[in-house]
Design a protein around this ligand. Structure first.
Ligand SMILES: [Fe+2]
Ligand SMILES: [Fe+2]
Length: 427
């Protein structure tokens, strides 16, 4: 029995009626790191943890209490539990039993230590997270501020681009005999037609400004020809035709999409769907879509406007001419779209006297171009790179139509006997 208890690291000694330990087992004392005493020491002398609990011990010795337990007593590097218990067999008034709990205590200590470390680590992580969040906040604020600045600068740049182009268009118009607001009416008509053809808001806005510049090349045409009241001779007609390439030259060298589009419209607005136009004799979908749209809007407006050399055509007559030229001068798809929005085109210019100070509404309720909105641009559009060129989607079908035999010097000039101005080139 003693052997078994020792293997479990359990030792005991008897306690006599005076609450003294009867020194009997050297193992008990050795476990406590003490020499086995010759006398019987008081319980409280050996276990000072019991000081103050003498009454309880007395009650145990008197058989009035069954026992008491003190866990976690430490001696050196050992931990043990002390139990003072009565002896039911009556051998002694009580026993003092000690049980080694070092492993359990150490495990508990390690656990507590781990918990502490985890807690400290968590606290440190939370502090670092807080710092990180604050830094991210600062970075976000700075990014926002930079983005705002960039947006503002971009906006200013866009505004100045549009302003310069608009002024350039007006300069060209002043030199011509076009009626007031011609370029703006064309711009509006182009935007309306473009919407039917599926152009996005940004594309319609680009188209609007590009079409304002369709005749910018007239800046370079001598007054003697540009302002000539009578018909042109062959040489004069050739010079006049040069306003397309001149316009393209004026607008080249700038890769902003607004300039690229304007250049294409300036160059291509006298091309014909059947390939007999100028200056390059392009046909069908080879002609940039914006040029094809501008061609219809330009001719319609020229026909319906009074000029020094002709009266304004009635709307129905001009409409009939545009329809007649579908597949010849004009892209049939563009003519169809023009037909669809003709009422809107007419409304967009009716009753508006100061056209050049008004810009169309490209988005929101209603059709673009009508009703007109305020004089100032509220927010110039961003100009993303757009696939609006002549190879665009459904509008490219029939690209080869009307092309046959159209290029070369024998190609008839357009219009050979123009119903919109006799032999006078007018648009
Ligand atoms: Fe022109
Ligand atoms: Fe024109």
């Amino acid at each position: 029995m003693q052997h078994l208890l020792r293997s479990l690291k359990v030792f005991y000694e008897m306690v006599d009626s005076r609450a003294c330990l009867v020194a009997f087992d050297p193992g008990f004392w050795g476990y406590l790191g003490l020499e086995m005493p010759k006398e019987h020491p008081k319980l409280t002398e050996v276990f000072y943890e019991l000081v103050g609990r003498e009454d309880e011990i007395e009650a145990i010795l008197a058989g009035k209490a069954s026992g008491l337990t003190l866990p976690g007593i430490r001696r050196g590097d050992r931990y043990f539990s002390l139990v003072i218990a009565t002896d039911s067999r009556g051998v002694a008034p009580a026993f003092a039993v000690i049980e080694d709990t070092t492993e359990a205590c150490e495990a508990r200590q390690l656990l507590a230590q781990d918990r502490n470390e985890i807690f400290l680590l968590k606290q440190s992580l939370e502090a670092q997270n807080e710092k990180l969040s604050s830094l991210l906040g600062i970075i976000r604020d700075q990014n926002h501020s930079l983005e705002t600045k960039v947006r503002q600068r971009t906006k200013e740049l866009e505004s100045s681009r549009y302003l310069v182009l608009t002024k350039l268009a007006r300069v060209a118009e002043f030199r011509d005999q076009e009626t007031g607001g011609h370029i703006y009416r064309i711009g509006r008509a182009c935007a309306l037609i473009g919407k039917v053809l599926g152009l996005a808001v940004e594309e319609r806005e680009i188209l609007y400004y590009a079409s304002l510049l369709h005749d910018v090349g007239k800046i370079g045409i001598p007054d003697s020809i540009l302002l000539k009241p009578g018909p042109f001779d062959l040489a004069e007609r050739t010079v006049m035709k040069g306003h397309t390439t001149l316009g393209a030259q004026i607008l080249e060298g700038e890769d902003h999409i607004l300039f690229v589009a304007s250049r294409e419209v300036a160059l291509g607005h006298h091309e014909r769907w059947d390939g007999s136009g100028y200056p390059e004799g392009k046909a069908g979908a080879e002609i940039p879509l914006m040029s094809r749209i501008c061609a219809v809007a330009d001719v319609f407006d020229a026909l319906t406007s009074k000029r020094p050399y002709k009266e304004a055509w009635p709307i129905d007559r001009a409409r009939a001419l545009v329809r007649e030229e579908s597949g010849k001068a004009f892209d049939p798809e563009v003519v169809r779209a023009f037909d669809e929005v003709l009422e809107d085109i007419l409304r967009s210019r009716a009753g508006v006297e100061d056209l050049e100070t008004l810009e169309p509404q490209f988005s929101g309720p209603g059709l673009p171009g009508y009703p007109a909105r305020s004089r100032k641009r509220a927010s110039p559009p961003s100009c993303p790179s757009m696939p609006w060129s002549s190879t665009r989607g459904p509008l490219t079908r029939g690209s080869a139509r009307g092309r046959g035999g159209s290029t070369g010097p024998s190609r008839p000039a357009w219009p050979a006997a123009s119903p919109w101005g006799g032999t006078r080139w007018s648009a």
